[in-house]
Ligand binder design. Structure first.
Ligand SMILES: NC(=O)c1ccc[n+]([C@@H]2O[C@H](COP(=O)([O-])OP(=O)(O)OC[C@H]3O[C@@H](n4cnc5c(N)ncnc54)[C@H](OP(=O)(O)O)[C@@H]3O)[C@@H](O)[C@H]2O)c1
Length: 298
């Protein structure tokens, strides 16, 4: 599709780490941008781990609606050519499940987009999903992918490696003086900055590739990332390894107390076991990101 054919984009998930950068990236690329959000206040504030605030100049229209309440979404697709969705549960704790948010909210978006005659839909799933299909989060992401592929709309699937926002959690631990790693931290990863990923999402949305994995510019282990964080905060590295058998046992206990937190813990522990490396799309290094976080702390 020629880039001139797509002009008006709806960004859903715009208060999130990737979503905020995506709004800016589509705007920079010349799109007319409508943002779907539950909270304009959250949209206008910077998010965790240096996700930017969305200003008046970044979005042409803000549509306040609840994806869990489709009756609040009347007109959300009006005039839209492309939908971009990074809606999903990563950090927020509002008691909903992966099924209710990652699957159902995106299924609602797909249904509304299809009914409104939207031409193309870009959905953010995850890199290496095929290797971790035992996880609930992966299953729901891939059910959305299947739904989209069968929707009749043109589709693009972005499959990112870990985001720098997750590396920010590592930085926070180093700042406090001790990093806890699940397993030995020797699995390889190529995390990516939200700005780099958002630009890749725009390119993928416009390009011919139907599904694309996206990684950051560097491949490293979790352990190397932890040492890097200590180096940037200027503290002696103190690392505690939580053995896999203990982490797995904790996942079981958490799962008994709360299915959703158990599923989330299962994902975090599994991510500590497997490699997550994708094709290089970004340029921002993890050191420069940690330095940015460190400068903000001074
Ligand atoms: N983090 C990673 O390393 C990684 C790697 C690969 C793929 N992914 C996937 O990428 C996607 C985006 O990740 P992210 O880190 O940007 O997530 P995030 O910061 O948590 O943002 C998620 C977005 O989903 C929205 N959302 C959550 N619950 C909702 C609900 N009940 N109704 C409506 N909207 C809701 C949030 O809106 P509110 O602010 O209103 O809650 C937010 O805008 C997720 O699907 C995630 O699984 C993440």
């Amino acid at each position: 599709m020629a880039e001139t054919e797509i002009k008006r984009v709806l960004v859903a998930g715009a208060t999130g780490y990737l979503g905020k950068y995506a709004v800016k990236a589509f705007k920079e690329r010349g799109y007319w941008v409508r943002v779907l959000t539950r909270s304009e206040r959250r949209l206008r504030k910077p998010g965790p781990f240096k996700a930017p605030a969305i200003t008046e100049a970044d979005a042409d229209e803000v549509f306040v609606g609840e994806l869990t309440k489709p009756e609040t979404l009347d007109g959300v697709m009006d005039g839209i050519d492309l939908v971009f969705s990074s809606v999903g549960i990563s950090r927020q704790r509002d008691g909903l499940t992966f099924e209710q948010v990652d699957y159902q909210c995106n299924a609602t978006l797909i249904e509304l987009a299809k009914a409104a005659g939207v031409k193309r839909f870009t959905y953010v799933s995850m890199q290496g999903a095929e290797n971790i299909m035992q996880l609930v989060i992966t299953q729901v992401h891939e059910r959305v992918v299947d739904l989209l592929k069968n929707s009749g709309m043109e589709y693009r699937i972005v499959r990112p490696c870990g985001y720098f926002s997750d590396m920010g959690a590592l930085y926070d631990m180093a700042k406090r003086g001790r990093v806890f790693l699940v397993g030995k931290g020797l699995n390889k990863m190529s995390p990516i900055h939200g700005r780099d990923l958002a630009r890749a999402c725009v390119e993928i949305s416009e390009g011919d590739e139907l599904e694309a994995e996206v990684g950051g510019p560097e491949t490293m282990t979790q352990l190397e990332a932890a040492y890097l964080a200590f180096d940037v905060v200027g503290k002696k590295p103190k690392i505690t390894v939580v053995p896999m058998w203990l982490a797995r046992a904790l996942v079981k206990v958490i799962g008994v107390l709360s299915t959703q937190f158990g599923d989330l813990a299962d994902f975090i522990v599994t991510a500590g076991e497997i490699d997550g490396v994708g094709p290089v799309r970004g340029t921002m290094t993890l050191r420069s990101y940690f330095e940015e976080l460190h400068a903000a702390d001074q």
